[in-house]
Design a protein around this ligand. Structure first.
Ligand code: ADP
Ligand code: MG
Length: 480
């Protein structure tokens, strides 16, 4: 037994070597690090994966890499089996495992792997007497502008978007039930949740889809308590086919609302209805939510939205401009994408103001206008320190010009201020090294790293430089 475990381990280590070569770091961390080699019997390696979705994702996206890895570690006759931990969130029943062999050798367009029959939710009869729905006008409270078509896809949202798409195609049937979409403000949670709802409505108008903010849900509940009509409130929610609850973090600390939601959740889930939730933080950080509710969230999938990467930011700006029928220089688009790295909402806000300003002032949208708009917007918001203000401050202090900052000259009296400005840009903004380099005349990210290192070292060892930096720092205030 002991040796078998060790063998599985070392075989899997061999596999990982190959996998690492093909899979980007972030994906490797997400999809391969959580895998535990379970056993090796004969030519078959069994790996344990955390969920059914995990297994489906691997099979869909990495089957060829896995095949290569197995070829390398075991040989052509090698087989791979998955052990899936099924956590039903029930304290009394521990997670169970079941195995799913994959196809060998992996054929092109392999048929979808068979799920175990008992993975589907059991159909239960709804114990409530429900009023007849026919003839009732049911409003979804969906905003038709939020669609998949105008939801830009990128590395930053791929998982959430594909899960959302799967749910929209087969609500209540996939293993992504509930689907919890989480991520910081303005990253597209509400848009995605609404897009799912809109697509479901578009393909089946008869489905009762309801989008409700958690705040509204809580207010309705409070009213129901006041009017002695909790039963009606609950009954209403039990008729829903697809429930979208936005910003579920607001349920924190609201014990009675949570209790009622818990019952609604259970009934909807048991009857194969789809539940979609959004949250501004991952489930593990949802303090103030009852454990039994949180454990329900684990039944499905939690998918996060990250900050959009540079390419995605460019795509989002272009989409927005295109939607408004505006055409501007790529140079300006690139400048905006390099300057705004907070969230999609802010990115959109800047594009909207830019268009508005251009219309009001009857001006072309060019770099100057873009700079001006960006400066105004950033001054209005809480984050005062921008790369522009940093560069301007440094220029004033060292009596040089923005042009020199961006220029090619390597004269010592220019290189130093430039490096100081890069150092502060890293300290005081969230811009990536690549974007910082962009603002300094398109310099490479390694040049930025070098600058930061040089200044950090000088700060340690050179009293004069340290004093200068402290003096300059006063202009920028405390970091965040
Ligand atoms: P959240 O709910 O996460 O705070 P929203 O869904 O309200 O964010 O998104 C903020 C704005 O950004 C909305 O106008 C939305 O349409 C837009 N947006 C977000 N993500 C995307 C995306 N991937 N593609 C296009 N627009 C997006
Ligand atoms: Mg939102």
């Amino acid at each position: 037994m002991q040796t078998a475990i060790r063998d599985a381990k070392s075989v899997w280590q061999e596999c990982l070597k190959i996998i690492r070569e093909y899979v980007p770091d972030q994906s490797f961390k997400t999809w391969f690090e959580p895998i535990v080699p379970a056993r090796l019997s004969g030519n078959t390696l069994t790996i344990q994966v955390p969920s059914e979705f995990f297994y489906e994702w691997l099979e869909e996206n990495y089957v060829h890499v896995l095949r290569r890895a197995i070829d390398h570690a075991i040989g052509r006759q090698g087989m791979l089996e998955y052990a899936v931990i099924v956590d039903k969130g029930d304290d009394k029943k521990p997670p169970m495992g079941y195995t799913v062999p994959n196809q060998r050798p992996a054929p092109q367009n392999a048929p979808a792997p068979q799920k175990k029959a008992n993975a589907e939710p059991e159909q239960l009869r709804n114990p409530f007497e429900l009023p007849d729905l026919d003839g009732l006008e049911l409003t979804s409270y969906l905003n038709p502008i939020y669609t998949f078509e105008n939801y830009v896809e990128g590395d930053f949202n791929r998982l959430a978007r594909s899960a959302g798409h799967a749910v929209a195609t087969k609500p209540g049937v996939t293993s992504f039930n509930p689907l919890l979409i989480y991520g910081g403000v303005g990253l597209g949670k509400t848009h995605l949740a609404q897009a799912i709802g809109n697509q479901i409505k578009a393909s089946d108008a008869g489905k009762f889809v309801l989008f409700v903010s958690t705040e509204k849900f809580m207010n309705q509940f409070v009213m129901a308590v006041r009017n002695n009509s909790i039963q009606n409130f609950t009954n209403f929610y039990l008729q829903i086919d697809v429930l979208i609850l936005d910003d579920v973090q607001f349920l924190a600390g609201k014990e009675r609302t949570q209790e009622t939601f818990f019952h609604i959740f259970n009934h909807l889930h048991q009857t194969g209805k789809q539940i979609i939730m959004t949250s501004d933080r991952p489930p593990k950080d949802l303090q103030g939510l009852q454990d039994r509710l949180l454990s329900r969230f684990k039944w499905g999938l939690s998918a996060d939205l990250q900050m959009p990467d540079l390419e995605s930011r460019i795509a989002i700006i272009m989409k927005k401009l295109h939607g408004d029928g505006v055409d501007i220089d790529y140079e300006v688009i690139e400048y905006l994408a390099h300057s705004i790295d907070t969230n999609v909402r802010e990115l959109e806000g800047v594009v909207v103001s830019l268009i508005a300003q251009a219309t009001l002032l009857r001006r072309e949208i060019d770099m100057n206008l873009a700079r001006q708009v960006l400066r105004n917007i950033v001054q209005d918001s809480e984050r005062e320190v921008t790369i522009e203000t940093i560069m301007e401050t440094i220029c004033q202090h060292y009596k040089t010009t923005l042009q020199d900052m961006k220029g090619k000259s390597r004269k010592k009296e220019l290189v130093f201020p430039r490096q100081v400005a890069m150092y502060f840009a890293k300290e005081y903004t969230d811009l990536s090294l690549k974007s910082i380099g962009y603002h300094f005349g398109g310099r490479d990210h390694s040049t930025v790293i070098h600058a930061i290192q040089t200044i950090s070292e000088l700060k340690e060892h050179n009293k004069d430089v340290k004093a200068q930096l402290l003096e300059l720092q006063k202009n920028f205030g405390k970091r965040n």
